[in-house]
Write a protein that binds this ligand. Structure first.
Ligand SMILES: [Zn+2]
Length: 212
């Protein structure tokens, strides 16, 4: 019975954003299978984002393991040598129950703050197989993230243009955990205590979406 439970534990694929060397990041890749629309692999993210989201991902992994999930991460250190197609394929190959992309926002307007969760728009051949589950996951994670952090609730955002969504064959969402460019939220996102709060929100959301 225990062995069965362990074997059945859902696998969560955590994808902390950015950390791509600029020489790779500026290469372009199709935004979806057979698409002629190309986008760069990684623009680098907001200042401090790559480090903060890695710290949040590590904490989320700890909490998910504690809850009995299996967890893989696209990067566990500062660098990921690939684009968003590779990130999606990393999670596809492993048959993840959810690909959770972890990011933080940036804006030229320093007053902007708050958390949002992105999910893929429905497109036949690209995301129709993961659309409904992704949207359900986004709802669960956004609710828990806001509850755990007290961040302003910027809601759910449907996106058709994200390479990492369009190549995913597993349910996929992207948590924008806050604005690095807001002085107070940026300070929080760089602090260990707040990173744990974000991680608690993400782990609770995963658990609500995909009970183990
Ligand atoms: Zn980002």
């Amino acid at each position: 019975m225990l062995a069965e439970a362990v074997a059945a534990a859902a696998l969560i694929c955590l994808d902390p954003g950015h950390g791509t060397p600029p020489a790779i990041g500026r290469q372009r890749e199709p935004i979806g299978p057979a698409s002629r629309v190309l986008k760069i692999k990684d623009g680098g993210g907001a200042p401090g984002e790559a480090d903060a989201v890695l710290a949040i991902a590590r904490r989320t992994r700890t909490l998910l393991l504690r809850r009995g999930y299996r967890v893989v991460m696209t990067r566990t250190g500062p660098t990921f040598r690939g684009g968003n197609i590779e990130r999606a394929r990393f999670c596809n190959r492993r048959g993840a129950a959810l690909m959770l992309r972890i990011h933080a926002d940036g804006s030229p307007d320093p007053s902007r703050r708050g958390a949002s969760t992105l999910y893929p728009a429905r497109r036949v051949g690209w995301t129709d197989d993961v659309y409904a589950a992704s949207r359900r996951a986004a709802r669960a994670v956004q609710r828990s993230l806001v509850a755990a952090t007290g961040a302003r609730d910027l809601g759910l955002v449907e996106r058709s243009d994200l390479t990492g969504f369009n190549w995913a064959d597993v349910p996929v969402i992207l948590a924008e955990t806050g604005f690095m460019t807001n002085p107070s939220e940026g300070r929080l996102l760089r602090s260990s205590a707040y990173q744990w709060r974000v991680a608690r929100g993400l782990a609770a959301g995963v658990s609500a979406f995909s009970p183990r």
